[in-house]
Write a protein of this length. Structure first.
Length: 391
């Protein structure tokens, strides 16, 4: 009996498959039943696992281990740091406005603990880059007598892969007396990140985007002198910044995945050749296809494209039937397929949506050939004139 086609997973921006190193670390951690806050030997063993992971995550972004606060994921980290209430040493510190990028991830656009009227969305260009002139105007016009400005922006967009000029943004924010939070979820493990290199005051990280388990994330601070007031208060875990017993197994997996990423920080660079080959194939199949964000610097593994006349959900379902997993937009809305807010922010008026393909370092040319072939069939079914021309 003939073997069926092997499934191809091309949705790494939604979640990377669990690395074997992360799985092994988690299984080892599950052998220790103790609470990491307990002072007996078993408790100390659990705490050692957490601290080892903390050092690994810190090393990946060149931060101090004590400046890493583990959370249940990036959404909790965002909800924690996007708050009007900070402490500066022993003194309270107030932020009166939150400035976000219109193409940010929903967990940032939600604004955390800020009231809706205190959240300001900054526009993006058709390329997907944030309008820096608008940011400059907003910061210059901000009344610091009411409180400081807090700015949040993604390093790399989860849908288009567009990379924001975070260092330029950081300089602008600092010059205007503000504080910068960088959502580095999609950049982690794919771009070099150095929090000490003036790229932001805080970083938001996620475990499962780099091959760690779901249910673990981190808020990383450049300095622990200024910190958000805790979102979750309790027994003083995470140096008082996040209450609740640490999820030792998840954190262990996160740390192991960080070690893998640290050892191969350039491994995603190989995706660029695969991405470019795929985009060339798409434009050959449908010359009127649009590569969103294709005119600026992007993550090497990400393609976000539309084909006029083809609905994104139709393409996604057809590819799924062919055992090829992709996303119609992002996968962060409980499985819903709808209008991409990123495309809306970029001024794209088409209602057909877009398909996101996010490659892995190990994705080869055979995968590109196969998905291009399937897309060719989909386009031919939707455009009979193309099929007749080929005949």
């Amino acid at each position: 009996m003939a073997m069926g086609k092997q499934a191809i997973y091309l949705d790494y921006n939604a979640s990377a498959p669990l690395l074997p190193q992360a799985r092994d670390a988690m299984l080892a951690a599950l052998e220790i039943d103790a609470n990491p806050s307990s002072v007996h030997s078993a408790g100390r063993a659990a705490k050692a696992i957490v601290q080892k992971a903390r050092r690994s995550v810190a090393a990946l972004v060149n931060a101090k281990p004590d400046h890493v606060v583990f959370t249940s994921g990036a959404t909790e980290a965002a909800s924690t740091v996007l708050t009007p209430r900070f402490s500066f040493g022993r003194s309270p510190l107030k932020f009166s406005k939150l400035f976000v990028c219109a193409a940010d991830h929903p967990c940032v656009l939600a604004g955390g603990q800020f009231a809706p009227e205190d959240i300001v969305q900054l526009p993006v260009q058709p390329s997907g880059l944030m309008e820096l002139d608008a940011l400059e105007r907003m910061l210059a016009g901000h009344d610091k007598a009411t409180g400081l400005p807090l700015v949040a922006v993604h390093w790399a967009n989860n849908e288009t892969g567009v990379i924001q000029p975070v260092r330029e943004i950081a300089v602008m924010v600092k010059a205007n007396g503000g504080v910068l939070v960088v959502d580095a979820v999609q950049a982690l493990g794919r771009l070099p990140i150095d929090i000490a290199d003036a790229c932001g005051d805080f970083l938001i990280l996620s475990s499962h985007k780099i091959g760690g388990p779901k249910g673990a994330g981190a808020l990383v601070a450049q300095s622990d002198l200024m910190m958000p007031m805790p979102l979750i208060s309790g027994g003083g875990q995470e140096r008082g910044h996040r209450g609740g017993t640490e999820a030792v197994a998840n954190i262990a997996g996160f740390g192991a995945a960080a070690d893998v990423a640290m050892a191969g920080q350039d491994r995603f660079a190989s995706c660029m050749a695969v991405r470019d080959a795929f985009e060339a194939a798409i434009l050959e199949i449908a010359p009127d296809a649009v590569i969103h964000g294709g005119t600026v610097k992007r993550l090497p593994n990400t393609v976000f494209f539309s084909v006029p006349g083809l609905k994104a959900e139709t393409v996604q379902i057809a590819l799924d039937l062919a055992k090829i997993a992709v996303s119609a937009g992002s996968a962060c809305s409980s499985g819903k397929v709808g209008r991409s807010h990123v495309l809306t922010a970029m001024g794209v008026e088409s209602d057909v949506g877009a398909i996101r393909i996010s490659f892995a370092p190990e994705t080869g040319e055979d995968a590109v050939t196969r998905i291009a072939g399937e897309l060719g069939k989909i386009v031919e079914r939707a455009r009979p004139e193309k099929r007749l021309a080929r005949a």
